[in-house]
Design a protein around this ligand. Structure first.
Ligand SMILES: NC(=O)c1ccc[n+]([C@@H]2O[C@H](COP(=O)([O-])OP(=O)(O)OC[C@H]3O[C@@H](n4cnc5c(N)ncnc54)[C@H](O)[C@@H]3O)[C@@H](O)[C@H]2O)c1
Length: 361
């Protein structure tokens, strides 16, 4: 039986931001990072939630993440910018890039920002979805350290580079695809390993590049299976092109591991694009059409045993709505780690330890 704590999102945001701030991140930027992590927890994407704080702080402490970098504009046009993230936290430069896109979009119906020399930016959807508020379609990608082999390869050479597309709707939730390009994230393999369970075929490969059902073989020198085989691999390649090759950033094994290379900068690159809907269609009309589209998709007769049809991102929005009302269920291990980080930073955690209900699931 696992123990969970019920934590209010605002409490989690306040404590996470205070911990970051005490570790040298300016107040405003601390809030940006905390908001992105807590949004992932709210949406049930806990692999990209506050459990990442510990590794961010470790890397800040090791001085392989800069707490307050200047972002350098490497190249700029009316509709595009190439930024150097100065090796700061990925979320901080990502928020800067999204805000910059909104400015660029006033001059140009399609605008894009590439970022090099950054770090982990959390869930890609958090950035893409911000653009839907301004009647834009957002497209966001990031490259990552090598986790997958090219087809025919025996070892990891390319990241499970995430991709997100976000489209505004009228009465419905925005359509938000947010996916890694591996068939499952590493977290699921680690989870099976910790429970002593085998994994299905198609999740991971051993050190010889052969499919394996043993999670130990994946973790020890193996790699992740690209989603859809060569198609996921191809998408991951294109993410590297748009993020790193366009920004002259690091790619493939030039990117260091966030968890294993604790003394080297990560050197991640990102890509952000905004498409202004009014350049193609009246935004209100477009959103009505998106609603019609969603209604049509959701009217598909249900397969035997299925309960509902969801649009991309819908499950995460439903989770968010529920968790905003009821609080976020955080595993005891994550709460303990947060309390430890807070105590080390001299941040008051009484709201976390004192007033929250402990539950058994
Ligand atoms: N920053 C990084 O380095 C990095 C790297 C990899 C992944 N990630 C993040 O990890 C997160 C998880 O990625 P993932 O690939 O495991 O996501 P996932 O497999 O849980 O979901 C992928 C997509 O499928 C949709 N989906 C899932 N079930 C559905 C259903 N039944 N019906 C309709 N749509 C459905 C989701 O809404 C989502 O858009 C993402 O936020 C991604 O950005 C980040």
């Amino acid at each position: 039986m696992s123990k969970f704590y019920n934590v209010q999102p605002e409490t989690l945001k306040t404590i996470s931001a205070a911990i970051l701030n005490k570790n040298g991140i300016p107040e405003r930027e601390s809030k940006v990072v905390a908001a992105s992590l807590v949004d992932a927890d709210l949406k049930g994407v806990s692999s990209h939630g506050v459990l990442r704080l510990a590794i961010y702080l470790k890397r800040l402490g090791n001085k392989v993440i800069h707490p307050n970098p200047e972002f350098e504009v490497i190249k700029e046009t009316n509709s595009t910018v190439v930024l150097d993230g100065g090796n700061g936290l990925g979320q901080v430069v990502s928020q800067y890039a999204v805000d910059l896109l909104k400015v660029k979009a006033q001059q140009s119906p399609i605008s894009a920002v590439t970022v090099r020399n950054s770090n982990h930016f959390g869930a890609a959807a958090y950035w893409a979805a911000q653009l839907t508020d301004n009647d834009m379609i957002g497209i966001v990608m990031s490259n990552v350290e090598p986790l997958m082999p090219p087809p025919g390869g025996a070892s990891a050479k390319i990241g499970n580079n995430p991709i997100s597309f976000a489209v505004p709707a009228g009465d419905h939730y925005p359509i938000v695809l947010d996916m890694a390009t591996s068939s499952v994230p590493l977290g699921k393999i680690l989870n099976a390993k910790s429970k002593g369970e085998s994994i299905p075929e198609g999740w991971g490969l051993n050190h010889l590049g052969q499919s394996t059902t043993d999670p130990d073989e994946v973790v020890n020198g193996g790699s992740l299976f690209p989603v859809g085989g060569p198609k996921g691999y191809g998408l991951a390649v294109m993410v590297d092109v748009l993020t790193a090759l366009l920004s002259n950033g690091a790619f493939s094994d030039q990117i260091h591991s966030m968890y294993n290379d604790l003394d080297k900068p990560n050197s991640i690159s990102h890509f952000f694009m905004a498409i202004r809907i009014d350049a193609f269609s009246d935004p209100s009309f477009f959103k009505q059409i998106v609603d019609q589209y969603i209604t049509s998709i959701k009217s598909t007769p249900l397969a035997q045993g299925a309960n509902a049809i969801f649009m991309p991102g819908e499950i995460e929005f439903l989770n968010k709505e529920k968790n905003e009302q009821n609080g976020i269920q955080l595993p005891e291990s994550v709460v303990k780690e947060l309390v430890q980080l807070a105590e080390q930073a001299g941040v008051d955690v009484s709201e976390l330890t004192g007033t929250t209900a402990v539950q058994n699931n």
